[in-house]
Design a protein around this ligand. Structure first.
Ligand code: SDX
Length: 432
């Protein structure tokens, strides 16, 4: 593998260093390109542009590989838990028993919101989307913490563990409260005795009279969903978190921005869009064939939601795991869901259809995840929120990677201007 690439421009030769990652990925380092050639590169929507080097997650889109700190997602899904995987993603190694206990204890210590946060919940209209509430309330929660309001790197490093745990813990409480408020239900406080995922289900579904029955298969299924969403290298929302982090804004502000990016139906909002799509197909008595025809027709404005991926040109390994879990969880809960049959039929038909095969469009993480969340009683508008709770460790780890890098600089991409040439102000009375 050559160590540099040669570029010829206007008869002049330039060399660009070649960077090779630990898994053999190759990149041309263009950091000196503008100084050497006066040119920048242009790559709309960053399909071919690396924004950073990172040690957190590795994806091989051609082979359908996903690893958190080198450990395959399949092993973590089978043997680990969300909190253990979160520790691995944030700190780089699987935790010892002691480290895991201390990490867990921080969640318990910081799981309550400031009581005055309740007034913020009052101000949202009942139809407010929980992702709008989540983003707003993550920032609102930071307003009750003087350290976050005066966040300065250097000082913040020593506090980082506390704020990482506080964010992960409180995002769960905020999410559950936003659900309860949207239904006009009294808020349910977290319990000291409950672990992370169980406490979230308790805050979501318990009543003042009796605790929600925490069936092990329900807790485990949701914990798996969180784990599978925990990180995914430089996707749209994680790149947003890194962009905001690079200005040295505080951790909560970065996560709040990440929630907004994740909400879009092309990204974390797709899990909600998939269920809405399957429900529409079910309502119309279609077996999916009509919808697939529409999804192939650019003019229809329809897409097969939950299908396709910028990086995976093979089956998203998370989708495989979730599809298996769907059958397992629904049978354990004695639930049958016609939407699962429709989803499986859609997948089977699409994977035989040249339109999808030629474009290497496969099911992604969002295609089956909504079916499991539905079976757990989670309302569809909360699906992107579940994604956001799961993605918190990844966002925190990416924020930490920037904060710990002494060479980190504010992210500031360039552009190529294609607007009007120089012109001048025209007084109102002279305008036609
Ligand atoms: C997530 O990046 C990540 O890692 C994200 C994520 C994570 O963990 O963070 O994995 C989570 O966001 C998963 C993706 C969820 N979104 C969806 O399921 C929405 C439906 N999918 C598409 O919108 C699309 O596939 C994207 C957004 C996922 C990827 O878009 P790209 O890479 O920009 O691809 P594209 O839109 O340029 O598509 C290439 C071709 C086009 O056709 P042609 O112009 O070549 O004829 O494929 C077609 C597209 O029209 N196409 C689809 C399609 N997805 C792509 N056609 C029909 N249905 C689809 N779902």
């Amino acid at each position: 593998m050559s160590k540099e690439a040669k570029l010829e421009l206007d008869g002049k030769a330039h060399t660009l260093p070649v960077i090779v990652g630990s898994e053999g990925e190759k990149a041309l380092d263009i950091s000196s390109l503008r100084a050497d050639t006066g040119c920048i590169t242009l790559d709309e929507s960053y399909g071919n542009t690396g924004s950073c080097t990172s040690r957190i997650t590795f994806i091989d889109g051609e082979k359908g590989i996903l690893r958190y700190r080198g450990i395959p997602i399949e092993e973590l899904a089978e043997k680990s838990t969300f909190i253990e995987a979160a520790y691995l993603i944030i700190y780089g190694d699987l935790p010892t028993r002691d480290q895991l206990r201390q990490f867990s204890e921080l969640f318990t210590e910081y799981q309550f919101l400031h009581e005055d946060m309740k007034y913020h919940f009052e101000s949202f209209p009942s139809g407010a989307h929980p992702m709008a509430i989540l983003s707003a309330m993550i920032n609102a929660a930071s307003c009750f913490d003087d350290e976050l309001m005066h966040w300065r790197w250097g000082k913040a490093n020593s506090q980082f563990n506390i704020y990482a745990a506080k964010l992960m813990s409180q995002v769960r409480t905020i999410a559950a409260y936003s659900y309860r408020k949207s239904r006009g239900l009294p808020l349910i406080y977290p319990k000291r005795a409950y672990k992370y995922t169980a406490n979230f289900l308790h805050m979501m579904f318990s009543s003042p009279y009796e605790d929600f029955e925490l069936r092990p298969e329900v807790v485990k299924a949701l914990d798996l969903i969180f784990l599978l969403h925990a990180d995914h290298e430089q996707n749209c929302s994680t790149s947003t978190v890194r962009m905001v982090a690079s200005s040295q804004a505080n951790l909560f502000a970065s996560a709040s921005a990440g929630v907004c990016a994740l909400w879009g139906p092309l990204h974390g909002g797709a899990n909600q869009a998939v269920i809405e799509m399957l429900e529409e197909i079910h309502r119309e008595g279609d077996d999916g064939s009509k919808f697939i025809t529409a999804a192939k027709d650019k003019g229809s404005g329809r897409k097969l939601m939950g299908f396709g991926h910028r990086v995976y040109k093979n089956y998203d390994p998370r989708a495989k795991i979730i599809k298996r879990a769907c059958d397992d969880v629904l049978s354990k809960l004695h639930v049958t869901d016609p939407l699962l049959d429709i989803a499986k039929h859609l997948e089977e038909a699409a994977l035989k259809d040249s339109y999808f095969v030629e474009r290497k469009l496969y099911p992604n993480v969002d295609f089956y995840s909504g079916i499991i969340m539905r079976s757990l009683g989670i309302p569809v508008e909360m699906f992107p929120v579940i994604f956001a709770i799961g993605r918190m460790p990844g966002w925190i780890a990416n924020y930490k990677e920037i904060m710990d890098d002494p060479k980190s600089r504010i992210s500031r991409p360039r552009q190529i201007y294609i607007g009007r040439a120089l012109n001048h102000y025209v007084p109102l009375e002279e305008r036609k």
